[in-house]
Design a binder for this molecule. Structure first.
Ligand code: AHG
Ligand code: MN
Ligand code: MN
Length: 315
């Protein structure tokens, strides 16, 4: 079976800066997978360190460890000009003359580290020429690693989405899965504990889903919420669904919870390459030009027909 490293090493010369960065990230992911599975370390890895990141989140040990592992792996990639991270206030300059910038959420789903629930790593690869803040449309590649019962990778280079699974030999093997998000769904993902803070269109949309076949949607819906973007995302790539983290009335949530540069944009590239839709409720995520590295954005993505249906409720 084809492996990730084989497909990366055979990429043309002009794409080797991207290939090299993905290979480095995959090596870190394989190490993180082993570390997370290792009995002695899980409890400690989920412990807070007493520090906060730029977005004000308590940093868990594994957040910082994953970030440091990625930074040092990318430091060996001469094609990488800079590294942008959820866990660092500012960009890390790596190689002058490097062709690409790597942005990452080193450990996504930190609240799930010590609950034995799938967590992951998200990455976005951008042309260095575009600078640190550029629209997701410019991405050269993006991907998510999921550390769950299987350790897997969804990656796109702009030519569709490829799925790989980590084997005992440390190689990521092609899963032979033509990744396409079904356009229709009856499954939504939202943190319903925030419902009293939602704007009216979100409340109306969810109420109509909950009304099921007795309501205007005329079919019953199911709900899932993992609390790890990568895990909710993987499910949606597998069987469809709609994920919503909208803006809400809580202080600091005026633009929702998820960060544009290293969560929403990379996810949006994967979603659009798999025939899905990713929006902030008004425009395609990929068209939004960031004004700051850690800016948040309302995020709705998944089955195209259902995202369009949600957008029709207004925002
Ligand atoms: P991170 O752990 O990188 O901060 O990301 C957590 C994000 C995302 O993974 C998840 O969908 C969302 O936060 C969950 O938010 P709530 O805890 O508010 O449900
Ligand atoms: Mn995250
Ligand atoms: Mn994170």
């Amino acid at each position: 079976m084809a492996t990730l490293s084989k497909s990366l090493t055979t990429m043309p010369a002009d794409r080797q800066p991207v290939a090299g960065a993905v290979a480095a990230l995959a090596a870190v992911a394989a190490e993180l997978s082993a570390l997370i599975r290792h009995a002695e370390s899980t409890a400690q890895l989920g412990a807070v360190r007493g520090s906060a990141n730029a977005d004000g989140d308590d940093q868990k040990k594994l957040d910082v460890l994953a970030d440091e592992m990625i930074a040092s792996a990318l430091a060996d990639c001469v094609g990488v000009a800079a590294y942008l991270s959820e866990e660092r206030d500012d960009a890390v300059t790596l190689h002058d003359g490097g062709d690409v910038i790597v942005a990452s959420d080193p450990l996504d789903g930190s609240s799930n580290i010590d609950t034995n629930v799938s967590i992951g790593t998200i990455f976005s690869i951008l042309p260095a020429a575009g600078g640190h803040l550029q629209a997701g449309r410019n991405q050269l590649a993006s991907g998510i690693f999921v550390y769950g019962p299987q350790t897997t990778l969804l990656v796109t280079f702009g030519d569709g989405v490829h799925a790989f699974q980590l084997a005992e030999d440390g190689q990521f093997y092609d899963m032979g899965w033509q990744v396409q998000i079904p356009p229709k769904t009856s499954e939504f993902a939202i943190n319903a504990s925030n419902s009293r803070h939602w704007m009216a269109p979100v409340s109306r949309y969810i109420a109509d889903c909950l009304a099921g076949d007795a309501g205007p949607r005329q079919r019953n819906f199911n709900m899932r919420w993992v609390g790890s973007l990568v895990a909710d995302g993987w499910r949606i790539f597998r069987r469809g669904g709609i994920f919503l983290y909208p803006a809400d009335a809580r202080k600091g949530y005026e633009a929702g919870r998820l960060r544009l540069v290293y969560e929403a944009s990379p996810m949006a590239m994967l979603v659009s390459q798999a025939g899905g839709r990713a929006s902030d409720g008004q425009q395609d995520i990929l068209d939004i030009v960031p004004t700051s590295l850690h800016q948040r954005v309302p995020l709705v993505f998944g089955s195209a027909n259902e995202v369009d249906e949600f957008i029709n409720y207004g925002s």
